[in-house]
Design a protein around this ligand. Sequence first.
Ligand code: SF4
Length: 315
Amino acid sequence: MSATHYNHLFGPVPSRRLGRSLGVDLTPFKTCSFDCIFCQLGRTTRKTVERREYVPVNEVIAELETWLGTGGTADYITLAGSGEPTLNSGFGRVIEFARDAGGIPVALLTNGSLLADPEVRAQAARANVVKVSLSAWDASSLEHINRPDPSIGFKGLIEGQWLFRNEFQGELWMEVFLVWGANSTPKDVRGIADLVRAIGPDKVQLNTAVRPPCEEYAHPVPEEQLQELARLFEPTAEVIAEYSSDSSARVHATEVDILDTLERRPCTLDQLCAVFGLHRNEATKYVGKLMRMGRIVQHRRAGGVYYAGVHRGDS
Ligand code: SF4
């Protein structure tokens, strides 16, 4: 709706758990300490644990200032986006500014791999809500599912998350991402649930690969099974995988426009982002939903992954 173009902000996007959420992107595309097999953004292009100002924090703060100054409103400001936000050495300053100047609660979505570092914990603790992910139960499952930077060990990862829980006064949510055949048997999930219980988050959320994942073999766990597995957690996990759709008017309008475009011309995710002014996170939501509805299909070609509309009458 706004005419202002932002390089580091996206949305606000409707989010089921965070209401209207303004996204803040603090890293270049796919700069991450993990390379998860289920990542909806594709393979990690820069795998690192080096913390620095990948995106200038002053620039992000200036954009937030403009957004707030032009009447921007949201239920949450969320640090998420193209990579791991805690890799940005100044992410705590962004949280502080958003919370104090904007008076809007701040959520941080992190893979939790850097929480062994006291400085990262101190910066993260400034958020109102921190969502940490954990999808492995030992070193080899971490290696298989999250493919971390070689300097990240399983023990340090769990210790960091545990220490953070003990220091953080806000709401800690944990997201467990299950992939069919990789970490989806009751035995695997019990292993993860034991660790989650020891960490003691306020909420546990279960997700699965309903949007196109990075690796073709990362299949989603069916909904009924995910519901069953949710009971292995304490507190019982909430299933957040979007098997069904968001039907708000704005989402519906964008979805219709995207489908319309793809029925005329196959596009990559990047092309859709450019045409509709969407962040990749948002675009994957629409593409995932249209694929589940059988309205579009995915083709892998030399130039990348293309999405194309399935014309009615096609089989
Ligand atoms: S899912 Fe998150 S943590 Fe995993 S590779 Fe993608 S951006 Fe990194």
